[in-house]
Design a binder for this molecule. Structure first.
Ligand code: ADP
Length: 160
């Protein structure tokens, strides 16, 4: 197992500045951070997995230890196949706790050696979610300061 590798999994549909804040914080602690986009057939997505991977790669070129990939199936199996020792997840409001804890406990049950690490974003991003960003953009309002300029451009193209 590679002790220093952590995986940051998620939908990232699209990546927000909250996600990027977490990636930057995570990359200061873990020498190698793999951002893994879940290929989820149940969730209706706005962006394809390939587009989300591309947006994340564009946004993280300045971070040496960060890589981006996609995965499907159980996260614990993916993490074990990569030799990761930790999962990184973000916690915003209290409302995140229940879902995140359920998942963390279930993952620990399946993979006791895999540690889930929770981090808080900077205050400015504490209320940001991909879902809300999509709603605001779909309503024709700017999402400047919530996503990168490149992601904002893509949102406008998608929704026009
Ligand atoms: P998922 O469908 O797995 O929840 P998301 O892309 O919505 O995928 O979120 C991935 C991870 O990033 C989750 O742990 C979520 O709590 C965290 N996250 C999402 N938005 C933010 C934010 N603004 N600040 C910090 N963490 C966030």
């Amino acid at each position: 197992m590679t002790a220093e590798l952590a995986i940051y999994p998620g939908s990232f549909d699209p990546p927000t500045l909250g996600h990027l804040d977490l990636i930057e914080r995570g990359s200061r602690i873990f020498p190698r951070l793999l951002v893994a986009v879940l290929r989820n057939t149940e969730k209706q997505a706005l962006f394809t997995v390939a587009e989300r991977v591309e947006m994340l790669r564009e946004a993280t070129t300045h971070l040496a230890g960060v890589e981006v990939c996609e995965f499907e199936g159980l996260l614990v199996d993916f993490a074990q196949s990569r030799g990761a020792r930790a999962l990184l997840r973000g916690i915003r409001a209290i409302s995140d706790y229940e879902y995140e804890f359920q998942m963390a406990w279930m993952n620990r049950r399946m993979a006791p050696d895999l540690e889930t690490v929770f981090m808080m974003p900077g205050e400015a991003y504490a209320y940001l979610s991909s879902r809300l960003v999509k709603e605001v953009a779909a309503g024709g309002r700017p999402v400047t300061g919530m996503v990168s300029p490149a992601v904002e451009r893509r949102l406008r193209q998608k929704l026009s």
